[in-house]
Design a binder for this molecule. Structure first.
Ligand SMILES: [Zn+2]
Length: 60
């Protein structure tokens, strides 16, 4: 397994050939958004804004 050296720079998961060097379109877009949205750093696991919104709805 040599995928360990090829990780998505956004979420550190195995990258996808289709979206290399990212693992998914989400991470690709996320990386772009990081450049447009200053101060929006990614600590590790990606946080899906949609999931957060859904959580808010569930708790509300
Ligand atoms: Zn990723």
């Amino acid at each position: 397994m040599n995928t360990s050296s090829k990780r998505c720079p956004v979420c550190k998961r195995s990258r996808s050939e289709e979206f290399t060097p990212f693992c998914s379109k989400r991470c690709k877009d996320r990386d772009l958004a990081r450049w447009f949205g200053d101060g929006y750093s990614v600590p590790g696991d990606p946080v899906n804004p949609e999931e957060i919104a859904h959580k808010d709805w569930d708790e509300a």
